[in-house]
Design a protein around this ligand. Structure first.
Ligand SMILES: [Cu+2]
Length: 118
């Protein structure tokens, strides 16, 4: 099979079965309410890419910020923001709302055996 032929087959496969496009990425949902993250502690498995959806239920904007995760995203009031977190080692990765850093505080806790990587 030529490379082009393989590409064509793969494209046909995607048309036939679109879920192949979506890798198995676990989804974490967090809400912002009254300038608080709910939940404020999120547990994710070790070495796993995770999709985080943040719903801002407040009317004011918030910025999800984490130095440890190297992520920041502004989420307008009443909207949602989506970000991806890279596969992580066990540990705690704090995040906060940059516009309300006194109250909007949380962390991602990564749990699992490091040697369980496939
Ligand atoms: Cu920032």
């Amino acid at each position: 099979m030529t490379a082009r032929c393989i590409k064509t087959v793969f494209a046909a496969l995607l048309l036939w079965y679109p879920p192949l496009l979506l890798a198995e990425v676990p989804v974490i949902e967090i809400e912002i309410r009254n300038h608080l993250f709910q939940p404020d502690v999120v547990v994710v498995p070790v070495n796993t890419k995770v999709k985080v959806i943040i719903y801002n239920r407040d009317t004011t904007p918030e910025e999800f910020e984490s130095y440890e995760l190297n992520r920041e995203k502004v989420i307008v009031g009443g909207r949602k923001g989506i970000l991806f977190v890279r596969p992580l080692s066990p540990g705690e990765y704090p995040f906060f709302g940059e516009f309300n850093p006194q109250t909007a505080i949380g962390k991602i806790v990564v749990e699992g055996e490091t040697d369980a990587i496939e």
